[in-house]
Design a protein around this ligand. Structure first.
Ligand code: UDP
Length: 239
């Protein structure tokens, strides 16, 4: 296992990865399907850090219209807590399959997860543990995409993998426009120029500034996640 041994990836899984299509909440079946592929790849020597989204439970932005009963910042903290709930579920799913994990959070919740400390996270990865990074950045008004870019940089990942429900990046929403063009490869600037919906602008800017490649791929297609973890081209690469 020469080449795979040192490969390090940061994998962003949105909340939609943790429940069936068009549903909300947590589906342990969805968790187990993800866990199977992740555990298999980790056993082959890929170092994996997973950033969990929280949109299957709630997103801070969704409370904007709710007559200000909940302050926006409060809602964002609720969203960060949602990522910790997902992390706990994914942790058990992975460990049930024999994977070794550490749940780390940028938003301290001492009794359920260890605090995110960069050097400790790297040590876990070197020891073959799958690290689950919850709590986003720990600060409100951003999303877990930004956290994913941030962690990919500081953990010196080879690539930031963004798992989505579509095959990659298109010129338009392929679920609404059947003529949308699929891109195999894009530059960061093309993403900005064409205003393509890939990740938050802040996340892409961070990756662009530090030349962190992003691969966007469909995690629901059989085998895709594992292929992406191994470094195969399975969607759109932005570099
Ligand atoms: N969030 C936050 N700071 C962060 C990351 C997330 O405030 O660093 C909040 C934000 O409200 C966000 C929610 O947590 O909407 C859930 O994360 P996200 O929307 O990124 O989840 P996803 O869309 O990937 O499921």
């Amino acid at each position: 296992m020469s080449k795979a041994e040192k490969r390090r990836v940061v994998l962003k899984i949105s909340g939609e990865g943790f429940c069936p299509a068009h549903e909300r909440g947590i589906s342990m079946d969805a968790m187990v399907r993800l866990a199977e592929q992740v555990v298999h790849s980790a056993k082959k020597g890929i170092q994996i850090a997973i950033i969990m989204g929280g949109g299957n439970i709630l997103r801070g932005g969704q409370f904007k219209a709710a007559n200000n009963a909940i302050q926006e910042a409060t809602a964002h903290y609720m969203g960060m807590l949602a990522t910790i709930i997902n992390g706990l579920a994914l942790q058990d799913a992975i460990e049930n399959l024999g994977g070794d994990t550490r749940l780390m959070t940028a938003l301290p919740v001492d009794t359920v997860a260890e605090q995110y400390i960069r050097r400790r996270a790297i040590r876990h990865l070197e020891k073959g543990r799958i690290i689950l990074l919850a709590g986003g950045t720990g600060s409100p008004f951003v999303t877990t995409d930004t956290a994913a870019a941030q962690r990919a940089l500081e953990l010196q990942a080879d690539v930031l993998l963004k798992a989505t429900k579509v095959d990659g990046v298109y010129s338009d929403d392929p679920e609404k426009n059947p003529h949308a063009i699929f891109y195999n490869e894009l530059t960061y600037d093309e993403v900005f120029r064409q205003n393509l919906r890939v990740m938050d602008q802040e996340a892409i800017t961070k990756c662009k500034d530090h030349q962190m490649p992003i691969m966007v791929f469909n995690f629901r297609k059989e085998g895709n996640l594992e292929r992406a973890l191994y470094g195969e081209q399975v969607g759109t690469t932005i570099k």
